[in-house]
Design a protein around this ligand. Structure first.
Ligand code: ZN
Length: 67
């Protein structure tokens, strides 16, 4: 999976944090990591071949595209 788009203004640290939850979602279907900006739940949403990992309130989102 390659990171396709990210929230404008997202920091490397925030991107790394979101990216690190990827394994949680694929192993357990959820993550205990909270949004560093608002404390919201981090959720994974699927869109066909792609998916996004981000805050439930959309303040931080990483988008991935399937290969
Ligand atoms: Zn948030």
């Amino acid at each position: 999976m390659a990171v396709n788009t990210t929230t404008k203004g997202i920091t490397m640290e925030e991107a790394r944090l979101l990216d690190s939850t990827d394994d949680d979602f694929f192993e357990r279907g959820k993550t205990d990591v909270k949004c560093p900006r608002c404390g919201g739940t981090i959720v994974l949403k699927r869109y066909g071949e792609s998916y996004t990992i981000g805050c439930e309130h959309d303040c931080l989102v990483l988008a991935y595209r399937g290969i």
